[in-house]
Design a protein around this ligand. Sequence first.
Ligand SMILES: Cc1cc2nc3c(=O)[nH]c(=O)nc-3n(C[C@H](O)[C@H](O)[C@H](O)COP(=O)(O)OP(=O)(O)OC[C@H]3O[C@@H](n4cnc5c(N)ncnc54)[C@H](O)[C@@H]3O)c2cc1C
Length: 302
Amino acid sequence: MNEPAATQGDHYDVIVVGSGPGGGTTAATLAKTGKRVLLLERGDFLPRERANWESKEVFSENRYVANETFYDLHDKPFRPELHYFVGGNSKVYGAALFRLNPKDFGAVRHPDGISPEWPISYDDLEPYYVQAEHLYWVHGKHGEDPFAGPSSRDYKFPPVKHEPRIQELSDGLEKQGLHPFHLPIGVNLVQNADKHAGGARTLRVERGQDAIRVSVIDAGPGLEREGRDRMFDRYWRGVADGTGKGLGLALVRAVAELHGGVADARQVSAHGLDVGFSLAGVRGWNETAREELSSPSTNDNN
Ligand SMILES: Cc1cc2nc3c(=O)[nH]c(=O)nc-3n(C[C@H](O)[C@H](O)[C@H](O)COP(=O)(O)OP(=O)(O)OC[C@H]3O[C@@H](n4cnc5c(N)ncnc54)[C@H](O)[C@@H]3O)c2cc1C
């Protein structure tokens, strides 16, 4: 990072090197103990740009991969798939957060040799898998994956719903006696609601006669009329905290309008805001989906 966080003479109880999932998780856990924790990261923040979303740029062109050369056992050079940024490889990863299989902890024979038995077992790690899955907002369903080990707790969030075509494929595979399952995915589907509001959030899809409305309902402080009228304007920001560009909701409105819809915000009772968009002429919805989202706070490891 450009600016050193520490000055000479500062004392830290723990110094964690690297802010990837390993270091980040360790630092987040240690911070709860009240210890002074310093997280050292060699990389800068990943610049936000269009190419972040281009899988060709990220995966094929290796746009963000460290420009380094490593050498394998036979001195053959290779470019390691490392990303030196705050967040490490998790800035570009797929967020499919599987557990290791219980068998992986034993000795495993590979074509090139034997991976030795671990000194700990799947059962030893199981409670920590639960903590990590809750920390990383993993959406999924334990018990669906026939190869996975047992879990003492379910994920905090249900699986991310398949797109209609993927659901068709899944149904077809099931009919053939196979066992397709939802990937356990660590995603935050309600980032803005989480940032600006506390408590439970609800992601709701309502079906009308020939239209749907998709909205996120939070239990935060709400927003006065003027703010609700302006929140879809470009560059408008509810909180001038220096983060965010005020473009997210403007884009929501633009895309909704492009498809003949509207975006709107409603105050819900005394507290909370209901922000969403409606699209007319949408057919094929046969249910009202409703996902209750509790707020996984960093203090909650249960
Ligand atoms: C394209 C891609 C997709 C992936 N998809 C998935 C997936 O879907 N599911 C999954 O489970 N895993 C996935 N992974 C793997 C996953 O990202 C890694 O297993 C995980 O990031 C490893 O975490 P880590 O903290 O050990 O290391 P890293 O994420 O590599 O983090 C290490 C950090 O340490 C910093 N650092 C290194 N040296 C120093 C130093 N000397 N001083 C200070 N800082 C230093 C680095 O800059 C980096 O930020 C993917 C990886 C890639 C590249």
